[in-house]
Design a protein around this ligand. Structure first.
Ligand SMILES: [Zn+2]
Length: 500
């Protein structure tokens, strides 16, 4: 359900101005986002079907979610608990009493002919998200509803219907039209996604359709309140949201400046061409004939239920970022990278605690573990799939810190631990990774490399001491990455001096 843009509060910042490329006139975009988020429950919202993405079509259905005569829906308490968790995490108020309504429309993927949703008494109201600039994006509403099935139109002149998704629990989060640029929209979405993931409410996997966005956008001249808006539906990546906003902004300004008018309509974004096109004229609320769902009693969220939900909210990313900067002295960039996903943040905190070397842990996670994700040979699609425990990383960081192994050996070790699941101590032995500090052995490696690189030796003697750096790599390579690097440098310096 879409809402009209709300009257903006007294603006605390000047509006972001868009300059028309043809007339140079100032325009301001008025943007609101509607997000449909699939809740990470085991079963659907009103029946016991266990939804799995990618299951064979129509294999996860029952009489309730296919709307057979005589069936009755029963509310999934877990879905309500997750929804309440999200509401509390964004500062919304959860009233004691709430109810479901029927939203009527006809489409082949909607077996009942109506969707069970919430209209005038949603489970929460208020709340909002704060951007890095300090700007607050208010939420107009969040409500619970069931998803529809899927109509598949790309089979020649047939349309196929898959009802697996019918009845899957969603929260729909509708922002006020407090957003003015594509960058603000993307930042808002990122902040919302973080909270949904941290609270465990949703995995937000956009490729599986677990987070879907519609954009409401209009343009106005700076002194005006607002003009007619259009809705761009079903955007399934942040990049598409940004591109659709940029395109609509330019399109609407051009229409107005050439004397045209904008119709209230629903448009679709074509990612290949980067443009939107009209789909249908937009329904308004009365077209849906909302009325209270007679098969479900109004429900109560009592204080005990609400407090249990509050107790399940972990420390949220904004708070963690501030704490990492204060406690560990990490940069803004490091803090952002480590908190973008809860699984990473939890891993980092545990490894930092165990190793007592938080900065090294931050570096190893960003340099080594992030690299493993998406690497073809390892095949880990997500950070959570890497078969390493915080304890494993802490071990490696400690061994490197204590000088038992070199950095390069640490990388080898970490990869071997992930592949074999064996402990650091055993692998250091088996793979012979222990650092070599034996002076005569190091001198032998250094002499061999010096003999091969007379030009570099000559450069160093000619007063270019930095030329020595080019010798470090070959010596380390000769040692299989195990030579004590500080000792190698000192030995090279001594040998060059001695042979002068
Ligand atoms: Zn079912």
């Amino acid at each position: 359900m879409s809402t009209q843009p709300a009257a903006r509060p007294a603006p605390e910042k000047p509006s972001a101005v868009y300059r028309s490329p043809t007339t140079g006139a100032a325009w301001v975009a008025v943007i609101g986002l509607e997000c449909h988020v699939q809740l990470a429950t085991r079963t659907k919202l009103f029946c016991g079907c266990e939804y799995r993405f990618g299951a064979p079509a129509n294999s996860i259905t029952c009489p309730v979610c296919t709307a057979q005569p005589g069936v009755l829906p029963v509310l999934n308490r877990e879905a309500l608990a997750l929804a309440v968790r999200v509401a509390l995490a964004i500062g919304a108020t959860v009233p004691e009493r709430s109810k479901f309504d029927r939203k009527h429309y006809f489409y082949c993927d909607l077996p009942k002919g109506y969707q069970i949703s919430q209209y005038d008494q949603p489970f929460c109201h208020g709340g909002g998200l704060t951007l890095a600039s300090g700007q607050r994006i208010r939420l107009a509403r969040i409500h619970l509803e069931e998803d529809a099935g899927k109509a598949i139109h790309d089979r020649g002149d047939m349309t196929l219907v898959d009802l697996n998704r019918a009845g899957v629990p969603l929260v729909e989060a509708v922002s006020e039209a407090d957003i003015e640029t594509a960058a603000e929209a993307v930042e808002y979405l990122g902040a919302l996604k973080e909270i949904l993931q941290y609270t465990g409410a949703s995995d937000c996997d956009m490729e599986k359709g677990e987070l879907r966005c519609d954009v409401n956008i209009s343009v106005r001249q700076p002194a005006e309140p607002w003009r007619t808006k259009v809705e761009v539906k079903n955007l399934n990546s942040f990049r598409h949201v940004a591109a659709a906003i940029e395109h609509e902004l330019a399109r609407q300004v051009e229409v107005y400046e050439t004397g045209g008018s904008i119709r209230q309509e629903t448009r679709l974004f074509d990612p290949e061409r980067g443009v939107t096109r009209a789909m249908r004229s937009k329904e308004s609320a009365h077209d849906y004939r909302y009325f209270a769902e007679p098969d479900l009693p109004a429900f109560r969220v009592d204080a005990a239920f609400r407090e249990r939900a509050r107790g399940a909210i972990p420390e949220l990313p904004a708070s963690r970022r501030a704490r990492y900067a204060a406690e560990y002295g990490l940069s803004d960039k490091d803090c952002a990278a480590l908190t973008a996903e809860r699984v990473v943040a939890d891993f980092f905190e545990a490894a930092a605690r165990l190793s007592e070397r938080p900065r090294e842990c931050a570096n190893w996670i960003q340099n080594e573990l992030f690299r493993m994700v998406g690497e073809a040979e390892s095949g880990y699609a997500h950070f959570g799939e890497i078969p390493l425990k915080p304890h494993d990383l802490a071990e490696v960081v400690r061994l490197v810190g204590a000088g038992t192994i070199q950095n390069a050996a640490g990388r080898t070790l970490l990869g071997a631990m992930a592949r074999t699941g064996r402990s650091a101590r055993i692998l250091v032995q088996e793979l012979g990774l222990e650092q070599v500090s034996d002076a005569s052995q190091i001198e032998a490696w250094c002499r061999a490399v010096l003999a091969e690189k007379p030009q570099i030796v000559a450069d160093v003697r000619a007063g270019k001491p930095n030329a020595l750096n080019a010798l470090l790599g070959p010596v380390m390579k000769a040692s299989g990455g195990k030579a004590n690097a500080a000792l190698v440098r000192a030995t090279l310096e001594r040998l060059v001096r001695e042979t002068a």
